[in-house]
Design a protein around this ligand. Sequence first.
Ligand SMILES: Nc1ncnc2c1ncn2[C@@H]1O[C@H](COP(=O)(O)OP(=O)(O)O)[C@@H](O)[C@H]1O
Ligand SMILES: [Mg+2]
Length: 263
Amino acid sequence: MLNIDRISKTFFAGTVNERKALVDLSLKLDEGDFVTVIGSNGAGKSTLLNAISGRYTVDTGELSIDGAPVSKLKEHQRAKYVGRVFQDPMAGTAPDLTIEQNLSLALQRGKSRGLGLSLTRAKRDLFVEELKSLELGLERRLPAKVGLLSGGQRQALSLLMAGFTQPRILLLDEHTAALDPQRAALVTDLTERIVAQGGLTTLMVTHNMEQALKLGNRLIMMHEGRIVFQATAEQKRELTVPDLLSEFAKIKGATFDDRALLA
Ligand SMILES: Nc1ncnc2c1ncn2[C@@H]1O[C@H](COP(=O)(O)OP(=O)(O)O)[C@@H](O)[C@H]1O
Ligand SMILES: [Mg+2]
């Protein structure tokens, strides 16, 4: 359903600051694939997600979703295909709007018309139901401004909102990295549930190799803008963290620092 065909992206091309963030990268995702993405800092993981969401246009190559080319579409034109949760809990929700207003907007997104902020009884009931499932007590705080919530609460809300929009593809960029271990575990569980419920095709970047192995049905490892290792569903079941580290050690040019960063 997602076809990425030989995309490249270079920042500051031709200057001393040139950064080849993506190099001739190809990747195909089938409907319902849940792919975890690992790699050292600067490997191009976020750039890959940004290329899919349309935040950055690629220099060369093509991206298509459900057979339709999207490379030329602007970020807002791709919004109906793409749901995103970022590392920064502040990025995914509107802090000055209330919990119910944020949820309303998410429910509205991708639909052609309507009053995004209008709240019907049915909508409110749905929100209460969904928020209860988070077990964070947010169902009692519908009129509270989202800016008042903790990082973990905001990430949970962002995920719920991403699920509401039923995106064709869900992009998660280290969305548990800024949370304490307990909150991170909660948001990880929620991620599994929302992806499974919606059968969402998902790309999830994580620094946590245990998590990369535990979640999803496929895994890719990136380095210097390329995919340097891939595991299919069957291979992934057998893989261990030491296996991943030894795969990483095989990469030409990878330094010990890169290894440390990956772990
Ligand atoms: N907006 C940008 N402007 C300039 N360089 C960038 C930008 N975004 C990413 N890069 C560079 O592209 C490379 C890949 O970055 P990134 O995709 O953020 O890596 P990762 O998410 O794997 O850590 C890095 O060298 C980074 O410095
Ligand atoms: Mg990144």
